[in-house]
Design a protein around this ligand. Structure first.
Ligand code: NAD
Length: 284
């Protein structure tokens, strides 16, 4: 981690206010993390009801990390539900974390851009969409940058900062500075399928599932990789990521190869991993 602290060019950029759009798995936890780290955060989703679960998770995170009730209270006060998106106009960093859908993201960016503060960082948390496709609706396309957090946000130090072809280098530099400001490790990457981490991880997870297709027990695959020194076995990792997400990512990153049979079988039974209580393993 020491070595990685050097990643990302230095920039004077410092954020005070962050606006996160999409209060789902990622957006909700990104907003909570930023509030934990002292920033004022507005969190937007379609309704207050959709923001509520994220606030509940944030409360748990604050209590665990801050302990003192006054500090917990202060962090909670910094996290402001904002269904109308009023926070956009004041934000130094705007992070989009809505559904993984180009049209939805286009519609959002169109309405967002005229309301942005000058010099604000505009970021997407997309895992799989090309920034070059997302930015086409922007009058100033060079300012869109990827700030790609990993799940679970509070546990994962690495954040990929994605610079698309021909983008303004100042945008990625400011994004790196922001990532450092919230005590994460920025990894500057080019805009390519899977960026860096998922491009490396996907073949590893697919090979593990192919071993299961060939008759090796999931436990055996995981025990082997744990004994090899990995912190979590690859099959448990698939259960953690979600089998539907792994299937989609596999389609994109496996170069057209068929999905492993064991993965298809689970997804067809709606066994999606930890989130559904059953995947390769029983989590209920
Ligand atoms: P999610 O489905 O949990 O949450 C998406 C949220 O966006 C929902 O609450 C939805 O109501 C809201 N939303 C949709 N359209 C909206 C709009 N126009 N305005 C406001 N809110 C809107 O999704 P997620 O898993 O958090 O993924 C969000 C983004 O993060 C995606 O781009 C995904 O690729 C990326 N990502 C996901 C993971 C992961 O492990 N889930 C990891 C890294 C990146």
């Amino acid at each position: 981690q020491e070595r990685m602290k050097g990643f990302g060019k230095d920039s004077e950029f410092r954020a005070k206010r962050v606006h996160v759009i999409g209060a789902g798995v990622m957006g909700g936890d990104i907003a909570a993390w930023c509030a934990l780290r002292g920033l004022t955060v507005t969190l937007q989703d379609q309704t207050l009801e959709r923001i509520a679960p994220a606030l509940k998770r944030a409360q748990t995170l604050f209590e665990k990390r801050l302990r003192e009730p006054l500090k917990v209270r202060a962090a909670f006060d910094r996290l402001i539900p904002d269904p109308q998106g009023d926070g956009v106009a004041h934000a130094d960093v705007v992070i989009e974390a809505i559904f993984e859908n180009v049209e939805a993201k286009h519609a959002l960016f169109r309405s967002l851009e005229p309301r942005l503060k000058q010099g604000a960082v505009v970021a997407t948390n997309t895992s799989s969409l090309r920034l070059e496709d997302l930015r086409t609706v922007l009058a100033n396309p060079g300012r869109l940058v990827g700030i790609h957090f990993f799940n679970p946000v509070a546990m994962m130090p690495l954040v990929e900062v994605v610079e698309a072809e021909g983008a303004d280098p100042a945008a990625a530099q400011a994004a790196c500075a922001f990532v450092k400001q919230i005590d994460k490790l920025p990894l500057p990457v080019k805009s390519a399928p899977g960026f860096l981490v998922n491009a490396v991880l996907a073949p590893y997870m697919l090979a593990a599932m192919r071993a299961v297709d060939d008759g090796v027990a999931p436990e055996t695959v995981d025990e082997a990789m744990l004994a090899f020194g990995m912190p979590m076995g690859p099959i448990e990792l698939v259960d953690t990521v979600g089998l539907d997400i792994a299937m989609a990512a596999g389609k994109q990153l496996a170069g057209g190869a068929d999905a492993p049979r064991c993965l298809i079988a689970c997804v067809e039974k709606n066994q999606l991993g930890k989130k559904s209580g059953q995947g390769f393993y029983d989590w209920s």
